[in-house]
Design a protein around this ligand. Structure first.
Ligand SMILES: NC(=O)c1ccc[n+]([C@@H]2O[C@H](COP(=O)([O-])OP(=O)(O)OC[C@H]3O[C@@H](n4cnc5c(N)ncnc54)[C@H](O)[C@@H]3O)[C@@H](O)[C@H]2O)c1
Length: 273
């Protein structure tokens, strides 16, 4: 059957976020703030939900404290935003947790650390998506869910790039040298599965769910690591914090309105070899 809305459309601003309400869980982090600024510059009202306060409220940004390990916190946050805005258009799940001993080697990894990472990176996304879907269906909103995964949700980490790194030079702290733990790979892969589930089950309500999978961002990491990393990237550099702003705007706006269940990989070519 022909699609009755199959008309040519050249909307002036395909990427406009005007009148859209966006929530970013884990939005006070480094990428989260980039995303918040990009989306608000393009017209969105952005709510930043995080355990740490990294941003000041202004006319475009609103901060709400929320720990995604607490279901009640997530419920309250959604309730407050819906009461004020009457709608939510896009929900971004950007949370990334590095609990104590996060970088410990696989054979000795603590079960507690594993559970904490699963809870924050993946269970939180489930709880957030559950609440978002309920609201979207109840209010007949063609809602949009975006999860932040990683190249390590797509391919396994190359242990070679971490060889010989110095635990004292790990910029993220702790007793262990920089590496990508199994808890990260597993949760980031899980998010891709969760997005596919949401896409196939809730597409009938015109609800969309997609994933953005970035490559590593230069964060002043140990020099040896940065050199090893660059060799794996066809574009021969780590990402800048702003390199994913175009992608988040594409996914959050109507520019991606026919996209669901997909994973947008932006990694300088890391996964192209
Ligand atoms: N930085 C990179 O190189 C990179 C590469 C690939 C993917 N990513 C992904 O991008 C996302 C953002 O990364 P980032 O580098 O900006 O990280 P970040 O650590 O700066 O931001 C993560 C945010 O999550 C928040 N958070 C942690 N636990 C929470 C909880 N229980 N409840 C609420 N908020 C919580 C933190 O406070 C922080 O603000 C992550 O999902 C990460 O996996 C990052």
């Amino acid at each position: 059957m022909a699609n009755k809305n199959n008309k040519s459309s050249n909307k002036k601003n395909l990427f406009s976020m005007k009148n859209k309400v966006v929530i970013i869980f884990g939005g006070a982090g480094k990428l989260g703030q980039e995303f918040a600024k990009t989306l608000s510059h393009n017209g969105a009202k952005v709510y930043i939900l995080d355990i740490k306060k990294g941003v000041k409220n202004n006319k475009n940004f609103f901060f709400l404290k929320c720990d995604v390990q607490k279901n009640k916190n997530i419920e309250t946050a959604f309730k407050k935003i819906i009461e004020k805005e009457k709608k939510i258009d896009t929900v971004i799940y950007n949370v990334y947790s590095k609990p104590k001993d996060y970088y410990k080697d696989f054979q000795n990894y603590n079960l507690n650390t594993w559970k904490k990472v699963i809870e924050s990176n993946l269970t939180g996304a489930f709880l957030v998506a559950q609440k978002a879907v309920k609201i979207f269906i109840r209010k007949k909103i063609q809602g949009n869910i975006i999860f932040l995964s990683s190249t390590y949700g797509v391919v396994g980490p190359d242990p070679g790039i971490y060889l010989g790194l110095n635990s004292k030079k790990n910029i993220y702290g702790g007793k262990f040298a920089l590496n990508t733990p199994a808890s990260y790979s597993s949760t980031k892969t899980g998010l891709i599965g969760l997005a596919r589930y949401l896409a196939t089950n809730f597409g009938k309500y015109k609800i969309r769910a997609n994933v953005l999978s970035p490559g590593g961002v230069y964060d002043n990491q140990e020099k040896k690591f940065v050199e090893n990393y660059k060799k794996k990237v066809p574009l021969n550099r780590m990402a800048n914090w702003s390199d994913y702003n175009g992608a988040i705007l594409f996914l959050a706006s109507d520019a991606s309105k026919y996209m669901t269940g997909s994973n947008l990989v932006i990694d300088g070519g890391w996964t192209a070899w």
